[in-house]
Write a protein that binds this ligand. Structure first.
Ligand code: HEC
Length: 156
């Protein structure tokens, strides 16, 4: 990430020289440079965000991220505050008999494939309005990692 930022900054500066061969004092309005720079940085952030969506998950790192889930979820069939997550990848949402799901999740019609899990873990209530699951993972890479860990939770 760090080196990417450096590359980006270099690119921003390069682009800057290409498009604006003036000295700072040639600018009519103070703050214009700063504004343009902010716009360029914002564009760079969007590029970075887009590239990390495609990142592959690392199950070992995901196991560590799962520490945020384990207060409520077992990696076995056992239900705790939340349903057990054994075999969760690929199964229909709200389908564990004996777990008292919200009507929202039970009636969602979703299946926990990777993109659906990604959307749910990013913002549970945005995907399933009324779900009782409130924990979210804001970072794209952390979600990719935890989902690749969830994929390892299969019965042998
Ligand atoms: C504070 C408790 C809590 C935490 C922490 C939590 N969850 Fe949940 N989770 C729940 C509850 C409660 C539900 C059931 C929601 C409902 O019925 O609407 C749920 C449901 C789920 C489901 C749907 C399972 C199914 O059978 O349909 C998945 C997947 C899930 N959680 C993954 C995670 C992951 C991954 C984490 C860690 C980032 C996590 N949860 C953290 C409480 C939690």
């Amino acid at each position: 990430m760090g080196s990417l930022e450096v590359q980006l900054n270099n690119r921003i500066q390069q682009g800057w020289q290409d498009c604006c061969p003036f000295r700072h004092s040639d600018f009519p309005k103070e703050g214009t440079m700063e504004k343009m720079r902010a716009v360029m940085i914002a564009a760079g952030v969007i590029v970075l965000g887009a590239s990390s969506v495609q990142a592959d998950g690392d199950p070992d790192k995901g196991k560590k991220v799962f520490a945020r889930c384990s207060a409520c979820h077992a990696t076995t069939e056992q239900n705790k505050v939340g349903p057990g997550l054994l075999n969760v990848v690929g199964r229909p949402a709200g389908s564990i008999a004996g777990y008292n799901y919200s009507a929202a999740l039970k009636g969602s019609g979703l299946t926990w494939d990777e993109p659906t899990l990604d959307a749910f873990l990013k913002a549970p209530a945005a995907l399933v309005k009324g779900t009782r699951m409130s924990a979210s993972i804001p970072k794209d890479q952390d979600r990719a990692d935890v989902i690749s860990y969830l994929k390892t939770l299969t019965a042998q």
